[in-house]
Design a protein around this ligand. Sequence first.
Ligand SMILES: [Zn+2]
Length: 493
Amino acid sequence: MQLFDQQQIKVYNTLSGEKEIFKPINDGHVGMYVCGPTVYSNVHLGNVRTFMSFDMIFRYFKHLGYKVRYVRNITDAGHLENDADVGEDRIAKKARLEEIEPMEVVQRYTVDFHNILNKFNFLPPSIEPTATGHIIEQIEIIRKIIDNDLAYVVNGSVYFDVLKYNETKPYGILSKRNVEDLIHNTRTLDGQSDKKNPQDFALWKKAEPQHIMRWPSPWSDGFPGWHLECTAMSTKYLGEHFDIHGGGMDLKFPHHECEIAQAEATNNVAPVNYWMHANMLIMNGKKMAKSTGNYILPNEIFTGDNPHITKAYSPSVARFFMLQAHYRSVLDFTNDGLLASEKGFFRLMDAINLLDVLKTSEKSSFNISEWKQKCYDAMNDDFNTPIVIANLFEAVKYINQIKDGSASITHSDLAELKDSMHAFVFDILGLENATKSNTDSDKLSGAVEILIQLRQEARANKDFALSDKIRDELAEAGIQLNDSRDGTTFSTN
Ligand SMILES: [Zn+2]
């Protein structure tokens, strides 16, 4: 029996506005799509928070034994400056300003994105597709939407006909808007636009002569609209109907609304069962913005090189800090909050390290199974990490009491406690043990010890050729083995 048969998850679904019992489309499998970054600048800490929320969710499904296909895309074309259908392509603009190729911009900030996420101990998604790698699929979808009479071509561009779509399916179903209000609230067209109605959005845009990022299509040399890539890539890798679609709150409208409309217009099926949105990150109670100086780059947290923080924090401390808020709550990033998290983090790590040396007794004075289920219950309740962490500190208190001799634990309970602490802290929350020795020199000694052991085995088997080879090649790498009666040690020079 898999863990997922014992633990029933409730997910807050933006679509229904309620927590719903999670039922996967295929037993034991989860398909999850999350809108990734537009790689034209360093990744924003708010985006890191969003991706961290889904990393934690990905980790939890995996922990329960689900086979998860997690797709998170890279937007490397089509995202115009104002999120709508006008303005310059964000990547092309950066390329123009820095006098480099658009793909150099993409490469630089994709690498930056991966570096930052690696530092925060993210698991890589199962697939990380790019918009430019899926132009053919996007053209195919446009063709189908035109065939279904829900898009029109004007001067080489293709627009989605929102009003026509809304005659049969509700546009605005996710963000709880209705088309009448949208019409009322949108300013009238200035005559420059090819759109029939201002609510319509671009599926394909004909490229101006100066637009560098362009592809041939049946309608013009141009580029796809920003919303289309996610429909193309989620359909390709997860199917026309999949379990979870996630992203930041700011993407609900228009981006996710348009994704729903595109998918419905193509396949005549609602694409997603559960829409999940992570809330915003603010700093010192205010919106984070470069222009006001109320801003920090993720990397500056690790170097301490920012006026809003008093010291450098390790990635695990920052991760712990972020997971102390529920993913649907606004998170206020403050130095005081980080300092408090750092204290808590080390208390947690000290307790985990104590688990290796605790003495066991005949009886336990704490119900481990009950405590463990409380941790699961918190995760099952829409991934409530702050409650999980509160429960972890219950265990920390108990561990310290065992150490003081004011509480006791049996051998098998200690094993279960250790397993569960490791599972929740390292596998699910994705923290890394910062107090344990994990410097490069510790890793080197570990590796050399393995080779010394292998050499002893070779000698015991009278395989002197192999034992000499190990000694000589280590010497060539600058590591001397010193044999004595007490065993073998090594030195480096
Ligand atoms: Zn998207």
